[in-house]
Design a protein around this ligand. Structure first.
Ligand code: HEC
Ligand code: HEC
Length: 292
């Protein structure tokens, strides 16, 4: 009997030691994985983002000076393009959308030369620039009510709301962005900003009706563009979307190979960065070969 109890105790002790050891082993491995993701994110960021967004993520990269639409200062933790309510942090998926599709008309181009794994790693790295991501919990995305059927009435409702909800004061009666209070706006980072010309495609935040609905619902944090989630009912927001799409009849002038606005500058900067990366890689290959 005593031997049996002793065996039982011994088994439990050994089991405990085993669990403890395996925990140790696993947490060790996940720390190692997190470290290698961080290293990858840092490398991708230095090679593909820092020229504009700055080594420190403060938006002051060497190319930022000559760009009209300034690269985001990631240390502020303020994000324009989100699926979450006004004032909330973006989801990883929101940042993924921005870097996978770009911001049309600006130098922020789609970064599709990066693999999914590289994009995921650089998203985590970008988040380390702002303490908000450690302090605040992620918010839930806004609710998407289904889009009502397209109709003349819906567009007319949108047109009425466009005047009544105050869009005119910034975007102007004809939607070209020259409303009575459009002058002298600055964004949260201190740079001049104009209300969007809603008659011109492509839009910054995406081509789909859903993209416009999201913008109206979340607002563009850091800019004067407010959120209408608590002001307008879902049907009213959809009506505005239909109205905007009905007046967005002009295309931005293509500067080169389908690039519009500052996208051309983005292409030049991205190409220079890619060349520098190749030279750097080549240099390293040479050194390796020469055993240095
Ligand atoms: C050629 C310059 C340039 C490069 C290179 C560049 N960006 Fe940008 N980025 C911009 C500009 C300009 C904006 C601001 C667009 C706006 O405010 O309308 C921006 C905006 C963003 C945003 C949107 C933030 C928000 O407010 O929602 C994210 C995220 C972002 N960049 C991530 C990256 C990442 C990650 C890389 C590298 C893989 C990168 N960018 C490379 C110029 C650049
Ligand atoms: C106080 C001024 C102000 C008011 C009021 C305002 N906006 Fe804006 N809106 C802006 C600014 C500024 C921008 C540009 C932000 C940027 O470029 O980053 C903008 C951007 C937008 C965009 C994004 C376009 C794109 O390229 O993706 C849409 C859509 C829009 N506004 C629609 C509306 C509608 C509809 C209303 C009324 C319900 C409205 N806005 C009210 C200032 C305003």
């Amino acid at each position: 009997m005593r031997a049996f109890v002793l065996l039982l105790v011994l088994t439990f002790v050994l089991l405990g030691v085993e669990i403890w050891l395996s925990n140790f082993w696993h947490s060790d491995r996940s720390i190692a994985r997190a470290q290698s993701d961080f290293k990858l994110g840092e490398k991708i960021y230095r090679e593909n983002c820092a020229a504009c967004h700055g080594e420190k993520g403060d938006g002051k990269g060497p190319e930022a000076q000559r760009l009209k639409t300034k690269p985001r200062d990631f240390t502020s933790g303020l994000y324009k393009f989100r699926s979450t309510p006004s004032g909330s942090l973006p989801l990883d998926d929101d940042i993924m959308k921005t870097i996978s599709t770009g911001v049309r008309g600006t130098s922020m181009l789609a970064q599709l030369h990066l693999s999914l794994q590289e994009r995921r790693a650089v998203i985590q790295y970008v988040k380390t620039f702002s303490p908000r991501f450690k302090m605040q919990k992620a918010a839930n995305p806004i609710a998407f009510s289904p889009k009502p059927h397209e109709s003349k009435e819906l567009i007319t409702l949108g047109e009425t709301l466009y005047k009544d909800a105050g869009c005119v004061s910034c975007h102007g009666a004809d939607g070209t962005g020259d409303g009575p209070s459009a002058e002298g706006f600055k964004d949260s980072w201190g740079f001049p900003i104009q209300p969007a010309d809603l008659t011109l495609k492509p839009f910054k935040s995406g081509p789909e009706a859903e993209d416009l609905y999201r913008t109206l619902s979340t607002g563009l944090d850091g800019t004067p563009m407010p959120s209408y989630a608590n002001v307008l009912a879902p049907r009213e927001r959809w009506a505005l979307v239909s109205y905007i799409l009905s007046i967005a009849t002009h295309e931005r002038r293509r500067v080169m190979m389908g690039f519009v606005g500052e996208e051309v500058d983005g292409m030049h900067i991205d190409m220079r960065a890619a060349m520098a990366g190749m030279m750097d890689g080549g240099g390293r290959m040479m050194k390796d070969r020469m055993g240095k």
